[in-house]
Every structure is written in structure tokens, then in C-alpha cells.
Design a binder for this molecule. Structure first.
Ligand code: HDD
Length: 715
């Protein structure tokens, strides 16, 4: 493990981070301290209960034992009902653009540096489930601004399954393990999920994203984040502008293959958590640029889709993204429970200059988060926990409740008052600015209905599918085939195929082949029946979309844009490997920011051809090919033993199958022949190619997807 660089609480060169300074004040350091009870009484013996005689029964007066066990028995709190599995880190946001004409938000003022805490999560799995489930990833950021906390609680997918919060418990019940048998864990590939989805055509767009490789990220550091809903910026004149938020990772957007995801879940269920932690410990601080799409209020009804509908994106080609700042994660939590588990997000936590729109999903979320934190964190004082507390203090007349820690001075806890000179005072009474809701005219009849402007469910699902590369489209077909094959009820399979047929006939046909079914031409009667509850005239003829192909929706690396920063390259070695051959490659990779990790048949020392030796931390016993990005086999006598090493062959066969770059120094080229590896542009031979440069350039492209077509490796 690298030394703990992140603990210094670096703030990107902008001075001390007030949030981490505050957190540090709450740290308990046990170094050189005597063990005490919870009341600070030093203990002479913490091994033995008090008992009557050496072999006698324990005594009820053993308050020291009770103190210890009473606390232990209460260690668990309810896990989050969704997004239970997550990983978090501290960081800072630096605003880089002047957008004061749109918003008064102080943390977005150019040059402002704001501390923050980010948490990434899967949705469906329990707290201890695998990181590599096919799932949406939560992308939550709590900004500790000078005007109070602002929470941007988004996902790595820009749309949602449902349009109205009333259906949220239903979609979650459908995806979670089935209630009778509590199977499957962290997986959507089961009857209840697809039963629900196939009855909800509004889920079609999000389904395409979740079946794409976006749902199996290579790293939390390599995924986009989206605010999903349309929000509002409000400027000094009180004028609103609709805004959509985007996080763009500096390392690019990358995923693993489904076959890898399944194997990583076995080899390292903490793969993403470990990756985030290690990157921060190594000083490779992950960064995202924050982008905004701005839509004037007057343009609310301008588009072929409704900007209040959370199942729709605003294509970047229609409204470009403006980058307004950068987030850097630079410090790991000191304590998982105190920080990552107890952090309480809420999309209703807004700061002056930002407001919600009337998106019915967003409106519904505003109740649910506050409610869940009250339950999960045991009462209304959760904002006093160090991780949740704002950096500018809180002053109001709320008091008491479970676990209150603030000690309010004086006799006054009401407003208006004269006894405390009217304090804490309302900002307006002193002519100061505070949070003001956007003055939006509202009128309407009280109804429970869905607007027909929300009724086009397939145009953007088609836009997403059509904007994918052919390999990405294949992956969607494979994912849908996998998931629907795991569904037992053939009616559900048919119903979903009918939905896919509305998106793209070839997509439906290809999935149908894998299911032994021919897609229905029209939506299933039951699907129509439910859709007509919301839209009596369903299906409604959609408007012509402004954008029919959006290259930004594909994850494929654009020419000249890739980076190999922080990528893990496995150097496959044994005794007798050439240190010169290792060092040459290692220097070039490290220069590009990648990591070179030596893997040998055993941990401990290996001896190089040149005589030197090195301590190896990783062996074929502990490591798996799926956890690495690329492979290099150096020169040396090691080639002879690796030739007969099935674990080595498994490494390169799997790497080849997963379309990764494999480089072989001259002596090692013969090893490729022993395996299923066939020469292509991603298999680099020192004798035929420019070993180092070609290896780096293939890695920059992430994968050699063309290789996937000829699937010869059985691994
Ligand atoms: Fe939610 C957690 C994101 C719809 C109710 N949600 C939660 C988290 C994320 C999201 C990232 C984890 C926060 C953390 O790290 O602690 N949720 C979304 C997005 C949605 C969405 C992007 C749609 C665009 N959620 C949604 C709806 C409801 C909820 C419609 C209820 C009406 N979500 C919750 C919750 C959770 C939650 C039950 C569980 C734990 C928590 O809030 O703190 O309140």
C-alpha cells in the first residue's frame, strides 16, 4: 500500500479544506492511549468477564461487559433501501466560468473552491453485494458551500425508469430480490423486474442504457454523472433558466465486458471500491468537469420532447454542454461508517440560485430522502453528524430530538421574539439575501393524470440504440438475451420483445433468436392496457425528433482522445525474467501515468536474469486477468517456465478474449502461439511492431473490439 498521501487533505492547491479540517476535529486517535469504558474509565482487564470463582458463572454486576456488548449489539443501522452499496470520498469543486448571468449560486462563482463529499453506489444490491452488478450507479455530491449544503444526487445514466415518483416503490420492489425467496442478489435478470418493465413502456429508454455497458463501469472514476432532471438556475433578477447537470470524467468513460463483470464479482467483489480508494491513496486524484446545458425559460415547450420528463435527455447536439468547474476527489474517508454510511443526501437540499423544476419524479424525491434519513439515521438530528454538517453553521429554533448534540444557549427558541433581539433573524428583515424560491406562476385543476407530452416512449430509446457502435449494439443484444433468458415466464419475454420491436426491429429480432421467439408486431395487450391508464389514446404519434444520431452517447474512444492514466498493466513474470525488458516497458507506461504490476507464480522474491531480485506482491493465485487492463510478457528465461504454466496461459487467453492489449517481448512471442492468442493490432510482437508505442496506443483505445467477432477463446 502506498503511503497515505490523501490524508493530508489536499485541496487542489487552494489552501485548507474547511470541511476536512472540521472532520479532523472529530477524529479519535487511540495511539498511546489506555483502553477505557465509554465513560472514560481506564480498564485494567478487557479480556475476562467478572465471574464467581475461576470456573464460575458471570455476574450481573459486570457493567464493563454490559457497556461493551450493549454497544456492539447496536452497531448496525438500516442500510439504505436503495443504493445500499456505495463508496465515498472527500474533495473540492473549483468553479472556472462566470455564469452569474444565470445563477446567484455562490459556489458557482468563478474561482470559488468548495469542499464536497461524493458517494457512488449501485442501486439494487444489499450493502455487501458485488460492485460489478449490471446496474445503474448512483453519483451523489454534497457541496459544503458558504451558503449551506447543496446536494446534487444523480446517476451515471441520464434518464430514469419511471416518470412519476408514485411508481418508485414498485420499480424497486420489482428489481430487488423476489420477496418469497430473496433471490437474486444485485441482479435485474429475473421475472419480477422484467414483468414490471415490460408493462411500463416509459422504461424503454432507460432499459437501453442499463442493458448497455454503461451499467458495468471499468471504474467509478471512469463514468459520467447526470443530475437527470431538469433543474432551474435563478439569477439576481429572479429570472430562471432551465439547467441539466453533467459530470464528465477526465479519464474518459469506460466499461468492462459482461463476461469480465461476472468474473470480477467472484475475484474481487470490492473491485470499484478498492480502485477508488487506491487511486486516491496513490495521489491519482479522480477528476470530473461539471457541465451544464442551459435552456431559456421561454423555450420550455420548444422541443419534440418534454423537458420535465425524466425519461428524456436533451441531446448535446441540440443544447451544447458548457463546462463550469471541476471536481477533484483527494481524500479517502477516515471511517466508512461515520462518513460514507452516515452521509445523508437529499435532492431537496438547495442553495440560493438553484431551484427544482416541476418534473414529477423530482417533486416526489423531495419528500422521500428527508423521510428516509430520519428513519435510517435515527431521528431529525442527522444534519448534526460531522459528515452532514454545513460549514457555515446553522442557526434556527429547531431543538431536541434523539441524539441532539448542539447545545442551544438562552431561553429563546421561537420567532418572532424580542428577548433575543429577534435572532436568529430572517435575512429579509435585514435586507440580506437568503434562499428564495423561484417566483413561478402556478394554476391548475387538482388532478391525478399524466401529460400526453410524456407519452413518446420509444424515440429516444431508438436514438440511444442508433448512436451506439456496432459492438456496443451487440452488447445490448447480448445483455437483453442474457436477462430475458433468465426470465422463466415466456409471456414476459414476449411482452418485452414487443417493446424492443418498437425501438428497433433488428434489435428485437436478434434478441428473439436467442430466446427462440419471434417478436410481436404490436405492443402486448396488457402493456397497452396499463399505458392507457396514463394516456387514454395511447399510442400517441410522436413528434419528429430534432436529433436522430448522437455520437456523444457512444462510449467508444474518439481518435486521439484516449489516456492510459492509472490503468493497470500486468507484467507476467517468473524467475529468470529480464529486468532490462521489464524496466524499459515499465518506464514508458509509468511516464504515461499507468501502473506496472508484476505477477509471478508465487509472492515473495523473484530473481531476474541479470541477477537482481525483487519482492513480488501478486501471484496467479491471488490475481485474475479480468482485474487488469493490459498484459506484457517480458524477455528472459521465465518464458520457459511460463510456457508450461496453465495459470499464465489462462491470463493471456482471457485478456485476449476481453479484447485487451497484449504485448510480447521477443523471447516471449512463442508463448502467444501456445495459447488462443492470434496476431492482430492489439497483439504486439517486439519483432514485428513498435513494442512500447503500439502497446500504449492500443491501450488508449480501451479495447480491440473487432476481436470480439471471432470468439475462439473458451475461457
Ligand atoms: Fe433516489 C437514494 C439517485 C429517484 C428515493 N437515490 C439515492 C441515491 C442516489 C439516488 C444516487 C444514493 C444517495 C447516497 O449515496 O446516499 N434516485 C436517484 C436518481 C433518481 C432517483 C438519479 C431519479 C432521477 N429516488 C428516486 C425516487 C425516489 C427515490 C423517485 C422516491 C420517491 N433514493 C430514494 C431514497 C434513497 C435514495 C429512498 C435511499 C437512501 C437515501 O435515499 O438516502 O430516499
Amino acid at each position: 500500500m502506498a503511503d497515505n498521501k490523501s490524508k493530508k487533505g489536499k485541496s487542489g492547491g487552494n489552501g485548507e479544506n474547511p470541511k476536512t479540517v472540521y472532520i479532523d476535529h472529530h477524529l479519535i486517535d487511540n495511539t498511546k492511549q489506555v483502553l477505557t469504558t465509554n465513560d472514560g474509565v481506564p480498564l485494567y482487564d478487557n479480556n475476562n468477564t467478572l465471574r464467581a470463582g475461576e470456573r464460575g458463572p458471570s455476574l450481573q454486576q459486570d457493567n464493563i461487559y454490559f457497556d461493551k456488548l450493549m454497544h456492539f449489539d447496536r452497531e448496525r443501522i438500516p442500510e439504505r433501501v436503495v443504493h445500499a452499496r456505495g463508496s465515498g470520498a472527500h474533495g473540492v469543486f473549483e468553479a472556472t466560468e462566470d455564469i452569474s448571468q444565470y445563477t446567484t449560486a455562490a459556489f458557482l462563482k468563478k474561482g470559488t473552491v468548495t469542499p464536497l463529499f461524493a458517494r457512488f453506489s449501485t442501486v439494487a444490491g444489499f450493502k455487501g453485494s458485488t460492485d460489478l452488478a449490471r446496474d445503474v450507479r448512483g453519483f451523489s455530491v454534497k457541496f459544503y458551500t458558504q451558503e449551506g449544503n447543496y446536494d446534487l444526487v444523480g446517476n451515471n445514466i441520464p434518464v430514469f425508469f419511471i416518470q412519476d415518483a408514485m411508481n418508485f416503490p414498485d420499480v424497486i420492489h420489482a428489481v430487488k430480490p423476489e420477496p418469497n425467496k430473496e433471490i437474486p442478489q444485485a441482479a435485474s435478470a429475473h421475472d419480477t423486474f422484467w414483468d414490471f418493465i415490460s408493462l411500463m413502456p416509459e422504461a424503454a429508454h432507460m432499459t437501453m442504457w442499463v442493458m448497455s455497458d454503461r451499467a458495468i463501469p471499468r471504474s467509478l472514476r471512469m463514468m459520467e454523472g447526470f443530475g437527470v432532471h431538469t433543474f432551474k438556475f435563478v439569477n439576481i433578477e429572479g429570472k430562471a433558466t432551465f439547467v441539466k447537470f453533467h459530470w464528465k470524467p477526465r479519464l474518459g468513460v469506460h466499461s468492462v465486458a459482461w463476461n469480465e463483470a461476472q468474473k470480477i464479482s467472484g475475484f474481487d467483489a470490492d473491485f470499484h471500491r478498492r480502485d477508488l480508494w487506491d487511486a486516491i491513496e496513490n495521489g491519482d486524484f479522480p477528476q470530473w468537469d461539471l457541465g451544464v446545458q442551459l435552456i431559456p425559460e421561454e423555450d420550455e415547450m420548444k422541443y419534440s420532447f418534454d423537458i420535465l420528463d425524466p425519461t428524456k435527455i436533451v441531446p448535446e447536439e441540440l443544447v451544447p454542454i458548457k463546462i463550469v468547474g471541476t471536481m477533484t476527489l483527494n481524500r479517502n474517508p477516515e471511517n466508512f461508517f461515520a462518513e460514507t454510511e452516515q452521509v445523508a443526501f437529499d435532492p431537496g437540499r438547495l442553495v440560493p440560485g438553484i431551484d427544482v423544476s416541476d418534473d414529477p419524479l423530482l417533486q416526489g424525491r423531495i419528500f422521500s430522502y428527508m423521510d428516509t434519513q430520519n428513519y435510517r439515521l435515527g431521528g431529525p438530528n442527522f444534519h448534526e453528524l460531522p459528515i452532514n454538517r454545513s460549514i457555515n453553521g446553522k442557526h434556527n429554533n429547531q431543538k431536541d430530538g434523539f441524539s441532539r448534540t448542539d447545545i442551544l444557549k438562552g431561553e429563546v427558541s421561537y420567532f418572532p421574539n424580542s428577548k433575543a433581539e429577534g435572532c436568529p433573524y430572517h435575512a429579509m428583515l435585514k435586507g440580506e439575501k437568503g434562499y428564495e424560491s423561484h417566483k413561478q406562476p402556478v394554476s391548475g385543476t387538482k388532478v391525478r393524470v399524466r401529460s400526453d407530452s410524456f407519452a413518446d416512449h420509444f424515440t429516444q430509446a431508438r436514438l440511444f440504440f442508433n448512436s451506439q457502435s456496432s459492438e456496443e449494439q451487440d452488447h445490448i443484444v447480448n445483455a437483453l438475451s442474457f436477462e430475458l433468458s433468465k426470465v422463466n415466464d415466456v409471456n414476459i419475454r414476449n411482452r418485452e420483445l414487443a417493446i424492443l420491436n418498437q425501438i428497433d426491429q433488428n434489435l428485437a429480432k436478434n434478441v428473439g433468436v436467442n430466446l427462440g421467439l419471434v417478436p410481436l408486431g404490436n405492443l402486448d395487450e396488457l402493456t397497452l392496457k396499463f399505458a392507457r391508464q396514463n394516456h387514454p389514446n395511447y399510442p400517441i404519434i410522436p413528434k419528429k425528433p430534432e436529433v436522430e444520431h448522437s455520437p456523444e452517447l457512444s462510449m467508444h474512444v474518439k481518435a486521439g482522445q484516449g489516456t492510459i492514466k492509472t490503468r493497470k498493466v500486468a507484467f507476467l513474470v517468473d524467475n529468470g525474467a529480464s529486468k532490462a525488458s521489464i524496466d524499459k516497458m515499465k518506464a514508458a507506461l509509468v511516464n504515461e501515468g499507468a501502473q506496472a504490476i508484476l505477477i509471478a507464480p508465487h509472492v515473495g522474491k523473484i530473481h531476474f536474469k541479470e541477477g537482481a531480485e525483487e519482492e513480488i506482491q501478486h501471484s496467479y493465485l491471488t490475481e485474475a486477468s479480468v482485474c487488469y487492463d493490459a498484459f506484457y510478457t517480458p524477455d528472459g528465461d521465465s518464458v520457459k517456465t511460463l510456457n508450461d504454466n496453465p495459470d499464465y496461459l489462462q491470463f493471456i487467453n482471457e485478456g485476449y478474449r476481453h479484447c485487451k492489449a497484449l504485448a510480447f517481448a521477443k523471447d516471449a512471442e512463442g508463448l502467444a502461439k501456445k495459447s488462443f492468442v492470434e496476431k492482430d493490432k492489439g497483439v504486439i510482437f517486439e519483432s514485428k511492431d513498435n513494442l512500447v508505442q503500439d502497446f500504449i496506443s492500443v491501450m488508449k483505445g480501451h479495447r480491440v473490439w473487432e476481436r470480439e467477432k471471432s470468439r475462439k477463446v473458451p475461457s
